[in-house]
Design a protein around this ligand. Structure first.
Ligand code: FAD
Length: 497
């Protein structure tokens, strides 16, 4: 049998990233590893990160988590998509849902039929052909055996961390509380071999996962892996986060409301609402941001607003020597499409798949980093799209992003859609054709032409097919329970038998 040289895993940091890594490794590979997590209550966590995408369900399933228990523990609500308001133009609104739009054929997307229908003078809104979108608008929801909807969660990130901690500790993960004072490296090759705590305790390891947040204590402060700055494409750099008491039933979608220098989020949980204002400090001062946020939020404020600064970009080497960066230490793209927790999840999944039991090789590191780079670049392009494709001219911020140069990869996608109506999902890409489509159309790009397969149907037949689809979706939605009522029922405390 091949000897195991990597056994001791040390996770530095106990935010969402740290405990997700600990829970996943503990559950999936626990008997082969010796896992320790180090965290400092004095330093605390970033404390935001409440909106997820459907892959969160895959992660929970991997860990064998019971959904109702998870939702009670994290005060979660269901999420069917994001309502984008004021993005294409002030007073515009569209929903980017997790659903599929219509029924596509091997030759091309459903939207080509819809564009043909528009040319005939019928067809209506594209959203009429998407179940999740119509359910979100109607605030209806259902899950369960054969549940029809693709969904994610809004959750309390702090409670999620505690939930995962209980799981991880039950699976044998050891927790060390205290501040890391220094990071010890081997003289021979610079590999990290221990964390030295302020208490003097030394935590030794073979592989280290850096989950220390923006500071990147191991990956950057120690190994100097470098950071690629993307703020010329995504110039927001500040966020004010605040929690308020709920004043209305929870809607099954996140709200992303653009303002003159960025956007504001509103995320309904069971026990409260998460709010935040994202802005670019070159175009809005902190005082102006605070005034805007406090004047626009509803309900009693539960804790004072907290200011968070960030720089959009990615770590040049996500895995360097024997340190793998996960979460904010690996890079950051603003939470407009709720992708950070997803990136932690696929990062830890990839690490488990490539786990270097027999020793760390450069080939493994390269494979890990190449995939991480690729995934994040595609997400980056999708986020830039929201800013670039706008008709807003009401502020210097929107003038800047509307006229900025964008990556060639994104420019190609926009031109392709504008000129031909074609949309594609690149290999390994998170966002599917339906996502690109909903955002591009939602932000007012109308393709100049499209695939003419719809012309092969007589107009009356096309109209009938679209009407049937629309009626089916509307009928299904009308039979779903209201989201808040379903949530109350689903999350009611389990009755002991
Ligand atoms: P942190 O939460 O910062 O945790 C760092 C950990 O390291 C802490 O436990 C800390 O104690 C520990 N630590 C640091 N230094 C030391 C030391 N010297 N000694 C000991 N311990 C140390 N993501 C989403 O998916 N959806 C969202 O809606 C979303 N919204 C966001 C909004 C904003 C404004 C921001 C900034 C981020 C948002 N994110 C969102 C991202 C999300 O918050 C993070 O991906 C997630 O919380 C993971 O954070 P982390 O664990 O990497 O870092």
């Amino acid at each position: 049998m091949q000897p195991q040289t990597i056994r001791k895993v040390v996770i530095a940091g106990g935010g969402t990233a740290g405990w997700m890594a600990a829970a996943a490794l503990g559950r999936q590979l626990g008997s082969l590893l010796d896992i320790t997590l180090v965290e400092s209550e004095d330093i605390g966590t970033v404390g935001v990160g409440e909106s997820t995408i459907p892959t969160a369900r895959t992660f929970n399933a991997l860990l064998g988590i019971d959904e109702a228990e998870f939702m009670r523990a994290t005060q979660a609500t269901f999420k069917l998509g994001i309502s984008f308001e004021n993005w294409g133009e002030v007073d515009d609104r569209y929903i980017h849902s997790f659903g599929q739009v219509g029924k596509s054929t091997w030759m091309g997307g459903f939207h080509h039929f819809w564009l043909q229908a528009l040319a005939h003078g019928f067809g209506g809104d594209l959203g009429d052909y998407c179940l999740e979108l119509k359910a979100a608008e109607a605030q209806r929801f259902y899950t369960g055996e054969n549940g029809p909807l693709n969904y994610a969660y809004h959750l309390d990130a702090g409670l999620y961390g505690q939930f995962l901690r209980r799981m991880a500790e039950a699976d044998g993960v050891r927790r060390v509380e205290g501040k890391i004072a220094s990071v010890r490296q081997r003289e021979t090759d610079g590999f990290v071999d221990a964390l030295v705590m302020e208490s003097g305790q030394v935590v030794e390891g073979d592989l280290f996962i850096d989950c220390t947040g923006f500071r990147g204590l191991l990956i950057e402060q120690t190994l100097k892996a470098g950071y690629e700055d993307w703020s010329h494409w995504l110039p927001t750099n500040s966020a004010l986060a605040v929690q308020t008491r709920s004043t209305e039933p929870a809607v099954p979608y996140t709200r992303a409301i653009a303002h003159r220098a960025g956007w504001r989020w509103k995320i309904p949980l069971q026990h409260r609402v998460g709010n935040g204002l994202v802005y670019c400090s070159d175009h809005m001062s902190d005082d102006e941001a605070m005034t805007m946020l406090t004047s626009e939020i509803e309900g009693e404020t539960l804790i004072p607003p907290r200011l968070i600064r960030y720089r959009t970009g990615r770590r040049r080497r996500t895995w360097d020597k024997n340190v793998v960066a996960l979460g904010l230490s690996s890079g950051f793209v603003e939470p407009l499409e709720s992708t950070s927790i997803h990136l932690i999840m696929i990062g830890v999944s990839r690490l488990m798949q490539l786990f270097p039991f027999g020793g760390i090789s450069q080939a493994t590191i390269d494979r890990y980093n190449r995939q991480a780079d690729d995934e994040l670049e595609k997400i980056r392009d999708f986020i830039i799209l929201h800013y670039k494709v706008t008709e807003r001219t009401d502020s210097t911020f929107w003038d800047q992003v509307r006229t900025m140069d964008i990556p060639d990869s994104l420019a190609h996608r926009i031109a392709l859609f504008q000129e031909s109506g074609h949309v594609f999902q690149a290999p390994g890409e998170l966002f599917q054709v339906d996502s690109w489509l909903q955002v591009m159309l939602g932000q007012r790009i109308m393709p100049r032409t499209y695939h003419h397969m719809g012309r092969m149907m007589p107009p009356q037949q096309l109209k009938q097919a679209l009407d049937d689809l629309k009626r089916n979706i509307a009928g299904t939605v009308s039979r779903l329970p209201q989201h808040q009522a379903f949530l109350d029922h689903y999350c009611a405390p389990a009755v002991s038998k």
